[in-house]
Design a protein around this ligand. Structure first.
Ligand SMILES: [Mg+2]
Length: 234
């Protein structure tokens, strides 16, 4: 049990509700294969490449590593070759999400169902776009029905991205719940910092791509969402 009763659970999306990063990796590889390129990123390679922010920048870094002669001919991350690869990857990702290829994180369906049964309200606080969030929910209508979420604060709703606490402040305001009556669930340091900045207690659950990272000033570290289920009873 937690040492306080919660009225609301607020979830990050990428890496918390779903392992979205894994489909990003797969779709980079699909775009490379379609273009006849002999590149295929493993989980370990992609984990390393994720230290570069931005898809085009990540592709360019890879080319610099494996084909420096090709990289020397490119005009940076905005080069048409890089832009076309990234644009195709983005299309493939959207198709994959709609087709239900994003796996939900372990224990998430059971945790959401139990929270609902206990009358705990659910919310989303993410800096990803609303279109991405809605596509994910629509692809999982049984585990993630849209109407289960009292509010969804997405990238378009904030001026500043995590680790700024804005996204959590908006979620709390829309829920009409004080920070001491809600709990945030996050998989990354930036997310934990954002929730703590809004005064929330935070459960950190590492995802496939944040395992082993410094997750910041969390209150509780769990291996999966399933471990949270017995703690939210009141
Ligand atoms: Mg995340």
């Amino acid at each position: 049990m937690l040492n306080f009763a919660i009225d609301a659970l607020i979830f990050d999306v990428d890496g918390t509700l779903a392992e979205t990063e894994e489909l990003h990796r797969i779709c980079f590889n699909r775009a490379f294969a379609e273009a006849g390129l002999p590149w295929s990123w493993s989980v370990a390679q992609y984990r390393r490449l994720l230290t570069t922010t931005g898809g085009r920048e990540r592709i360019l870094r890879w080319i610099e590593e494996v084909e420096p002669e090709r990289a020397a001919r490119l005009a940076g991350p905005e080069d048409p070759f890089v832009r076309a690869l990234h644009a195709r990857k983005t299309e493939l990702y959207a198709e994959g999400v709609r087709a239900g290829e994003v796996a939900l994180c372990p224990g998430i369906p059971e945790l959401l169902a139990q929270a609902r049964a206990l009358g705990i309200r659910l919310a989303i606080a993410t800096t990803t776009s609303r279109a991405n969030v809605e596509a994910l929910l629509d692809a999982h209508p049984t585990a993630l029905p849209r109407e289960w979420f009292a509010t969804m604060v997405c990238g378009e709703d904030t001026v500043r991205k995590k680790p700024d606490p804005e996204v959590y402040r908006i979620a709390l305001a829309r829920l009409g719940v004080g920070p001491v009556r809600a709990l945030a669930v996050e998989d990354s340091k930036n997310g934990v910092l954002a929730a703590k900045g809004a005064g929330l207690a935070v459960v950190a659950i590492p995802s496939l791509y944040t395992r082993g990272d410094d997750l910041g000033p969390f209150d509780l570290l769990l291996a999966s969402a399933a471990e949270l289920i017995p703690l939210i009873g009141r």
